[in-house]
Design a protein around this ligand. Sequence first.
Ligand code: PHE
Length: 370
Amino acid sequence: MTEIAALKAGLLADIEKADTLERVEELRVGALGKQGVVTALLKTLGGLSPEERQTRGPAIHDLRQGVTDAIAMKKAALEQAALDARLASEKLDMTLPVDVVPEGSVHPVSQVMDELAEIFADLGFAVASGPEIEDDWHNFSALNIPETHPARAMHDTFYFGDNYKVTDKDGTPRAMLLRTHTSPVQIRTMTSTSAPIRIIAPGRVYRSDSDATHTPMFHQIEGLVIDKGIHLGHLKWTLETFLKAFFERDDIVLRLRPSYFPFTEPSVEVDVGYTLVNGQRVIGGSGDDDEGGWLEVLGSGMVHRRVIEACGLDPDEWQGFAFGTGVDRLAMLKYGMNDLRAFFDGDLRWLRHYGFSALDIPTLSGGVGA
Ligand code: PHE
């Protein structure tokens, strides 16, 4: 056996025995690397006589080819084996039973609040909030409901005891209470930010009242716009646009009725028309149609000059409108529930039925049209 044939046999045997990719690489460097034995032989070719080159040349090239091929094959075989081993160990058994993770659902009140925030965001309104434990200045006095005003009695207020009174900067004591409406957020926004203002304020409110349509805690959403040259037309357009987007219908008909709130002048109560479909009230259409009627959905009006003044703004320069509505009631009308108390019973069966998937981002089919 020639020296080259012996070298080849030895290298091929080593490659055959190699059982790791590292070992194969080590052998490759030893044979074909810069300082490798095969490389060294190839370098000698240049110095050979033509006759020697005739015989040794093909042998050396055959050696290089044989070693290169053997290394490539061994590498591929080892890689395949590694992959097979991984596939075998990482195999998933698709037939194994899966633990069902209990999934919560979004309460209709939260869902409706999200929908309202989305609709009003499209109209350029920011979301504002205020405390649920209020003082009687923000809840009543600043809203033009002085202490002796009969409207205070209308609200069935939960008061905190005298021990919880806070004292004003000027020494006047302020009674503390659970806010009876979201309107104090109007005051808090007007006194803490500068006009123009466009906000909605969703949140919990409290009144001492309980039957099928009243619970001691419920939810309202307040709207407030303060700007220059604002008039009743802006209010009507805003409410119409919002109710169309919320009920996802174009045939929403509003009826504005004169009303009274101490903090708006003029005050307007807003009814929305419904039609009877298979004996069910469905929002949409004129309530004056044969099968129709009107449902009161909102209280609203132009912000009273005295309220604007109480917040330190000049009512000759700034005007605005405000509205307030019950979130629970809107949810009942849109999603067809009829007992308000069920909203707060915490009955999981009710929630499973009326709740919304947490993974659905509230999107209203059309949004608020441009
Ligand atoms: N705060 C009033 C209520 O609770 C609703 C309302 C808000 C009316 C804003 C007019 C303007 O009944």
